[in-house]
Ligand binder design. Sequence first.
Ligand SMILES: Cc1ncc(C[n+]2csc(CCOP(=O)(O)OP(=O)(O)O)c2C)c(N)n1
Ligand SMILES: [Mg+2]
Length: 186
Amino acid sequence: MRGKEVIASLKEFISDDTLIVSSNGNVSRQAYNFLPQPQVYLRGSMGLPMSIGLGLALAQPEKQVLVITGDGNFLMGLSSMTTIGNYKPPNLKIIILDNAIYATTGGQETVSSTVDYLKLLEGFGIQHYGSLNSIKSPSKLLEAFEILLTSKQTTVLHINVEEDIENLENIPWQPKEIKNKFMEKI
Ligand SMILES: Cc1ncc(C[n+]2csc(CCOP(=O)(O)OP(=O)(O)O)c2C)c(N)n1
Ligand SMILES: [Mg+2]
C-alpha cells in the first residue's frame, strides 16, 4: 500500500469533529488533496506534528485529534512522545506512515528500519497498533482505522507503506492562511 492510498481511505472516518495535523511535505499534500479541508497542514516545522497534535487535543477535548506523520517527522520529533506518554489525552490518535525514506526530498533512507516502534511506544506507555508489516490489505487497514478512532486512549497506528515519491499539487495557502482558516473552523 502507498501512503496516499492510506490517507485517501481515511476519508470515510473523518467527521467535522476530527481535527487533522499532517507532517510537512508529501503527507500534508496528500491530506490536503484527499481529506476534508481545512486542517493543520504543516509546511515546515519538521518533527512537530505530534507536539501540535498534543496541544490541540488538550485544548479541544471534545474533538478527535488525528496526527498523520511521516517516519522522518516522527523520528525527528520523538521526544514529544515522552510528553504525550505522560498526558495521554484520550482524543489523540497518531498514524505513522513509514516508507523508511524522506520521500519529499528525494527518497533518502531514514533510519526507520532499525527502529522497533512497538518497544519504543511501550516504553513511553502509549498504546499502539499495527507495525511489523501486519497491515497489508485494504480490509486490514479499515479495521485498523476503526480500532484507532474508537479507542478511548492515546493510540498510535504504525503502517509500513511503499515508497511513494510522486508529488501532488501543493497546498496553495501560506502558513498564516492555513492557521486562520483552521481557527475559523474550530
Ligand atoms: C528541520 C528540517 N530538516 C529538513 C527539512 C526538509 N524536509 C522536508 S520534508 C522532509 C522529509 C520528511 O520525511 P517523512 O516525514 O518521512 O515524510 P515523507 O517525505 O517520507 O512522506 C525533509 C527532510 C525540513 N523541512 N526541516
Ligand atoms: Mg518517510
